[in-house]
Design a protein around this ligand. Sequence first.
Ligand code: CA
Ligand code: CA
Ligand code: CA
Ligand code: CA
Length: 299
Amino acid sequence: MVRFLRDRLGRVTFKHGLFTGALASTIVGLVGASAAVAAPIDIDLINNMTVVNGDGQGSIFTQTDQQPTGTGVIKPFLTIQRKGREQGYNSDVKPLELDAKRAGDNGNNGWTRSLRISDLAEVKVNGQAGSFLKFLLDVNEDNSDGHLLSLNKLQLFVTNDANLSGYTPTTTADPSFTVGTATDGFYDQLGHEKAHKVYDLDQNGDRTVQLDYSFNHGSGSGDMYVYIPTSVLAGRSETYLTMYSSFGSPYASSAGFEEWSTLTGSKQLVSAVPLPSVAVAGLALIGGLGLKRRRMLAN
Ligand SMILES: [Ca+2]
Ligand SMILES: [Ca+2]
Ligand SMILES: [Ca+2]
Ligand SMILES: [Ca+2]
């Protein structure tokens, strides 16, 4: 099934399902002979409160309650800022690379810094099996026509190098900027990896997370929680977690910092309940039109 939707900017999008019948012929015709190349799939937090398993890997993407997340309230580990397209990752390397900003001091100060895996909380989510790493994204955009923002790549690496450097590729051209690949990562001059990738938003095909800054207007209010299964760390013994993310296509970045934080501390039970009516499995994303302003996260 392919459902065509018109979003709030009038852009026509379609939601993936099984391509069947005449519609399938139409789609194949539109994209030409390379029907095996799937179109990007939106994890749409503009029109949905929550999307479960939009990455096909069991992660949960959800809008946040408005809350104070300004620097000093929640301590970011990764700050990214550049107009248009932006990308970066957290490390103690000096100077910071790509578009990362606000360097830390050996993991202790600043808002881009190394992150010890032993400091991460394991979070339970009501109604979901297993436990999760919990990340908070606070975006800062124009509150006028620039309020939408696309998260294009999101990758997690484990490493023993607190000063990790040299992410490749670094081009801002498509598709490397928007589509994660198996070879994205950090390598030494001999081609050996300096960090091991344990999560890639695009593992099962290109995903884009669509965000709307205006839902939580003003600097210092959170915009999205991402819950990633803790199982991605199974069997690993490295010390540090590094997150790489890129933003800007099709909705460009503007204005202030994008900041990633995470929940640290001991294991916790979190009563964050995904909204059942829009919590959907696999690729069958449902456009929850009319639900976009509903909020029922308890945390
Ligand atoms: Ca924008
Ligand atoms: Ca992507
Ligand atoms: Ca914000
Ligand atoms: Ca921004």
